[in-house]
Design a protein around this ligand. Sequence first.
Ligand SMILES: [Zn+2]
Length: 579
Amino acid sequence: MKLALRKIVVIILCAGLAATSAPAQRETRDSPAARKSSNTPKLVVVLVVDQMRGDYIERYGHQWTKGLRRLVKQGAWFRQAAYPYMNTITCAGHSTISTGSFPATHGIILNAWWERETGKQVNCTEDLKAQTISYGSPAKGGHSPMRLQVPTLADEMRAQSGGKTRVVTMAIKPRAAIMLAGHRSDSTTWYEASSGAWATTTAFTAAPVPFMERFMKSHPVERDAGKTWTPLLPESAYQFEDAGPGERPPTGWGDSFPHPLGGSHEKPEAEYYRLWGESPFADEFLGEMAEAAVNALGLGKGPGTDYLGMSFDALDSVGHAFGPHSREVQDMLVRLDATLGRLFAFLDRTVGAKNYVVALSADHGVAPIPERMMREGFDAGRIGTVEVVNRIEKALEPIWGAGKNVARMNYPDLYFLPGVYAKLLADPAAMRAVKDAISGVPGVSRMYGSEELLDARGSEDPMKRAAALSFYPGRSGDMVIVPKPYWFFVTNAASLSAGSATTHGTLYGYDQRVPVILMGPGIKSGEYLSAATPADIAPTLALLCGITLAKADGRALSEALQLPQTAKSADSAPAPKKP
Ligand SMILES: [Zn+2]
């Protein structure tokens, strides 16, 4: 029964998508003839630019001439694309792009959250059963996708092709590389800044991936030692002052160009490895790594549709330090434009321009630096979660007596110690005191109790809906606190660390709005103003590849799809019988 049903599904998909030279002949996707004549892409490339705001295209795009320009000009650009949920954070964003679902479904609510069962803060990819495999100096820790609750597009491509899809992902951050892949991967690689080496995990492979090992030997990170990041454009081309208000460069750099990496070819110091991972040199390295993967594995030339996922994470570090209105961000994008231009030219040569589809998006945007907004007369600032917790404890003291009630506050999620939230729900006076204390913190807009968010995904109130789409029962906080526009959470507003002038993670436009661009065969180029989210990428690519996602929250962006063979093959192929 299962097999028969599968066969029908395969036939329907073929009728819809396969371009056949002998249309009347029934073929399954598995037959060589069907493979040859298939209209499906040979390679799917998913590109994530960490912290790329949607309006960077409008603000800085006129200076791009290569890869980013090609995407904007030749691709389908969804100009209003935005995340509809609140926790606009890296791990959540990558999981949304890779699965086509929102955190309320895929379970990755933030980069880290308070785990009630263990009474510990856990990272989204942390896994004690997995071990990091280093391609250089030994690295500690273990990462896996075990907390991701649904399969990814890549997982489905592999399963539905009978294992013919090869999955390769790479990023600076482990959470980006792992979540872009899913539950299995042929090669998933990230950068361990602490050890200065690239790495993978035993969750995907028992040993270092041989081609990657070779690549690392011929491309040591140390090759950039002594280099300096200088602006690529003439000074007059930059829109903002070099040392803008509130900038907080990472240790080792000043607030204006040039930014030296330091190090020496013999033995660079730890600071070199850290700064390298936060510089445009890391993004360029990633472009070369992708070429090596395509060459070594013959991606785009195999029996199935292959999957390449990349996350350019250096922009996130630069944006946190210098803000979205900075020469550094503008320069990063000009350099990424060149890196992507080289990558596309390489894919044109090796895979063929008609054989690969590209999707580009971002995991989140970023808020302007509060000091810049204050200078412009806006109400803006930082909310210390330490202060929120202190105020709550102080407010409960006269009612319940002295003692600890809050376990943790992490971004907007507030966790009480076991039993405390139930006690609050049963004690209106204490609950009132807690809510008043939270409301009294400058910069706080609203708050929701977890019980209000459980079934609120369909809420007509966009803020409540956004909070509900980030709410995963058991993982999310007992209460969720929403800051005002241009305010965001930090641990301690009085002691900010280097490299952290601003951040993201709210439900406001500057955090939610990101690029969504598709390019390649089957994509109608143009600018689209219809509503779209990054969760629409996986369903759209799934449709192009002739596979089905089990549980997507997003939709296929059908207005941008042109499947030229569809009508032709449907006309001439026998209609599938209704089951
Ligand atoms: Zn970030």
